[in-house]
Write a protein that binds this ligand. Structure first.
Ligand code: M6R
Length: 605
């Protein structure tokens, strides 16, 4: 992960670097740093923790250079301390890096033999010293190429030089990097979001690309060191969506926006007049699909597991679901009649991108479901289905989970209709039910106060469990993930029927157990599992669309969610679980938008 920014200008760049780093903090917040060229020398300042700390340092001791680089770190090699914070500088160069250099130990040994001394435990410092060494014999571009040739692994780099003091250099292999164009200055950034406050004219680097920025121009080179032209894209302006407004944090805004997320997404895909779903130029004819493989990480993986139930129910196609970090190393048998669907909010998740690359290499049919349409995954896949959720800033995925599930559900009913697995009238009914979803989400959001009360029960708990069957099982997984990542409380999500095979041993007096029991074909079974939990002292929070007072006896809290088509219950079940995690974390004074040890965009393996 980590965030990179670079600016080549004629006026002081520190303020804009700091503002951009604040936007990039979602990628990492273990430390922050900046380097500029002041009076012909590299001036480096760095700190542990947030960009605010760096801003305070610069306030006391300004750095007024007309070009510079900045970094926010998510630690990989070396603990989060000041020495390991980026940039890593020598007398001659200063480097910021996102990615991992896999052969850094070997390179380090060679550099040490030549007499170079290391100040940090990072893999990045080998780049600084290699470059310093090559610059003794080669010009700028050749020294960079010689350095990059030595590196195994992934990187996005931003580099400034004492000798070439009017340029910022960027290079990409495996980690995202973009260039932005401004009036009388140019920018380098990990993503367009960091650059958007300065420009909406963007070029994305491809793997192997190198760029050289001055205040007046940008030059690109490919792997073979040949100058190339690259496309400049004009981005839409969704500045407002990236502001917190009156909300305390981005996560509460993003949870509360979910009715709008759903409305926007449905509008994008459902033709209101024809009562049909728009799906033009799909990469494979739905009639000939043998198998669909759904791939993602974390929350995105949970949307894939949910979709498995929908596709199986509706399409009569064999479905596989895989975690991207596992898929990429498996010995897969590819089939040209299979469809591989990659789900990712950021579109930059390294494992998901690598799994997609593997499919591309094997000429498999690929489609991605992403929020960031300019992302690497979107650009690499054959076909993109955007979720149209707008920027999601909170590290925990909330509205984008709803968006991912929506697109997957929409795809499932469309494929079902094309394959004639459901009748035209069933198809129209499903579309009509879908159109009611935004209002139902809004109604469900009314459980805020109740979830805040329920959250108090979790404060003394040693852990928590989330149980569900069928479509509620992946939502139990997601509820547990949200609680652990936000409140640091141990939580398990389980299929309710699996409890007796081991996890039931975890149930003890007072353990909070969230039971997801919509009135579907699993209802009675789930309620029996709930009774087994109650009999062992579990403190049950029952979430259901069925209000049956008898069932609720001995249950600590019951939350009723609106009734809807069985297939749509995951959307409504998700909301109380997001709010629960939010309120537990809030009562524990955890950092809601930036949970410890995590980052929004996971661009390392
Ligand atoms: O950007 P992606 O959707 O590919 O990210 C995948 C996971 O890192 C992500 O879903 C993560 O699990 C969530 N932020 C957790 O809330």
């Amino acid at each position: 992960m980590c965030g990179i920014i670079g600016i080549a200008s004629n006026k002081s760049v520190a303020t804009n670097i700091i503002q951009s780093l604040k936007k990039l903090e979602y990628r990492g917040y273990d430390s922050a740093g900046i380097a500029t060229i002041v009076n012909g020398d590299i001036d480096e300042k760095k700190c542990i923790g947030r960009v605010d700390n760096l801003e305070k340092i610069l306030f006391k001791n300004p750095s007024n250079g007309p070009l510079g680089i900045g970094h926010v770190r998510w630690a990989t090699h070396g603990i989060p301390n000041q020495a390991n914070a980026h940039p890593h500088s020598s007398e001659e160069v200063s480097v910021v890096h996102n990615g991992i250099i896999e052969n850094s130990n070997e390179l380090k040994k060679n550099l040490e033999k030549k007499g170079y001394k290391f100040k940090s435990q990072t893999d990045t410092e080998v780049i600084t010293l290699l470059l310093t060494d090559f610059l003794k014999k080669f010009d700028l571009i050749n020294a960079i190429n010689k350095t990059l040739e030595k590196l195994n692994g992934s990187f996005a780099l931003g580099i400034i030089f004492k000798k070439y003091n009017n340029v910022v250099v960027g290079a990409r292999r495996g980690s995202p990097l973009a260039v932005g164009y401004g009036p009388e200055e140019n920018y380098l950034g990990s993503d367009s979001y960091a650059l958007k406050s300065m420009t909406n004219k963007i070029t994305y680097l491809d793997d192997g690309d190198l760029c050289v920025l001055t205040s007046g121009k940008v030059e690109f080179y490919n792997l073979k060191n040949i100058k190339i032209n690259k496309e400049i894209l004009t981005l839409s302006n969704d500045k407002h969506a990236a502001e917190k407004g009156d909300y305390k944090d981005f996560m509460s805004k993003e949870i509360n926006e979910q009715n709008i997320t759903a409305k926007t997404c449905i509008k994008e895909y459902v033709d209101q007049l024809k009562q049909d779903i728009n799906l033009y130029n799909f990469p494979i004819k739905p009639e000939i699909i043998n198998k669909i493989v759904l791939i993602g990480c974390g929350t995105a993986y949970h949307s894939c597991v949910t979709a498995k139930y929908w596709f199986e129910e509706l399409t009569n196609i064999a479905i596989e679901v895989d975690i991207a970090s596992e898929f990429r190393y498996r010995k897969i048998i590819f089939d040209s009649n299979n469809l591989y669907i990659f789900v990712s909010q950021s579109g930059e998740t390294a494992d998901t991108l690598a799994a997609l690359d593997l499919c591309k290499k094997n000429k498999a049919k690929t489609c991605s479901i992403v929020n960031v349409v300019e992302s690497s995954i979107a650009r690499t896949s054959e076909f993109v289905l955007p979720i149209h959720a707008g920027p999601e800033i909170g590290v925990a995925s909330t509205k984008t989970f709803i968006g991912q599930m929506l697109v997957l559900y929409i795809l499932a009913i469309k494929i079902s209709e094309v394959r004639k697995e459901i009748s035209r009238s069933d198809y129209t009914n499903k579309i009509n039910e879908l159109k009611k979803l935004p209002d139902l989400i809004q109604n469900t959001l009314n459980c805020q106060d109740k979830m805040q009360i329920i959250a108090k029960d979790f404060l003394q708990a040693r852990g928590a469990m989330f149980l569900g069957r069928g479509l509620s099982f992946p939502i139990a997984l997601e509820g547990a993930l949200k609680l652990k990542e936000l409140s640091y409380l141990h939580a398990e999500g389980y299929p309710a029927g699996e409890m007796k095979h081991g996890p039931l041993a975890l149930i003890e007096e007072g353990l909070p157990v969230v039971i997801l029991a919509p009135k579907d074909r699993y209802f009675e079974k789930t309620i029996s599992n709930m009774q087994e939990v109650i009999a062992r002292g579990g403190k049950v929070i029952l979430i259901s669309n069925e209000s049956n007072n008898i069932i609720s006896e001995n249950v600590r809290f019951t939350l009723k969610i609106p009734a809807t088509d069985d297939l749509l219950t995951p959307f409504l079940m998700t909301i109380p679980l997001q709010l629960l995690a939010y309120h537990v974390a809030s009562l524990k004074n955890c950092d809601i938008d930036k949970p410890r040890n995590l980052a929004k965009s996971v661009t390392v393996e």
